[in-house]
Write a protein that binds this ligand. Sequence first.
Ligand code: GDP
Ligand code: MG
Length: 370
Amino acid sequence: PDTLTIKELADKMKVQPSAIIKKLFLQGKMYTVTQDITFEEAEEIALEYNIICELEEPVDLVAELLKEDEEDESLMIKRPPVVCVMGHVDHGKTSLLDAIRSTNVTSREAGGITQSIGASVVNINGRKITFLDTPGHEAFTAMRMRGAKSTDIAILVVAADDGVMPQTVEAINHARAAGIEIIVAINKIDKPSANVDKVKQELTEYELIPEDWGGSTIFVPVSAHSKEGIEQLLEMVLLTADVAEYKANPNRSARGIVIEASLDKGRGPVATVLVQKGTLHVGDSISIGSSFGKVRAMLDDKGNNVTEAGPSIPVEILGLNGVPNSGDTMLSFKDDKEARAASETFIAQDKARLIDESRKKLSLDGLFDQ
Ligand code: GDP
Ligand code: MG
């Protein structure tokens, strides 16, 4: 892209290629019509004709594809909040998620063990909350690198008997960088050594100040073991969502983000996608990065077959021709052809990047050889 042939330059300048070749020849440079010249050389030649050269910005087709279109506010309606649980190791992230799910009776009705799809939907007072299973910071780093945001609210778990630890601080920084609301869950209050006030005190150093201390952060003392405080925590999540007014238009082509994906022996590529906008239907043509396909089947977090999924709903989808990466954006299209074209754009970008990297490597190798 930063070179062109003499012929291309001549065409752009609307002169005969032979005229340019002659000029170069007089400078002692032998060129043919189809030979590449650099931008700097083209610039010099063009100047002699009083023409200023400008480098064209290459069109980033992938960026074009991923660009979010303007949303019409009037078409947007409330969607469930998407929540992740973060915190220091052993402070009770997994236990808390388990406690939240078991509080949610409807998801347990058959008593069967459903395989985790990486996200789950909890019903509370007739409202939904979507929980991502992946530890918050892992999900963030993968997704933030792609400029995508998947989470609205982070529940920061801090063990009442241990207090603020290095990964607690890391979690705070990640959530802040991603612009996510933080709700503090002080866990393990059933323990005799629990000290809630000490945790509150320690967190003030990170500008997380409880409301009863004049701040604006919600703190909920909980026990994943005794389930104390779990309901209140969920109510606080809904309250936070009400204040923030998370919205999306369910009546448009679906767009979402991959939570996790793998190759299943029997079912082929399987991806859990969090729908973020629009509604995804069985039969829709979709692309996710370099993969594409028609949605053959969708399963919800309880393992039930579903035919559609709206904003903030995670679904496992079958029918892709490859395994995408977590953090990849899912786009849905009018037909197969468009979905395939989108994936080809991604493949082309990947190739270009690989070539670019190998070029850089070559030139570095060249340097060290000398
Ligand atoms: P994670 O590493 O943050 O996912 O923490 P886990 O959920 O694996 O919990 C670490 C340990 O703390 C386990 O032994 C849990 O049983 C224990 N634990 C978690 N929550 C509580 C709680 O509320 N009370 C008590 N006493 N122990 C807890
Ligand atoms: Mg865990």
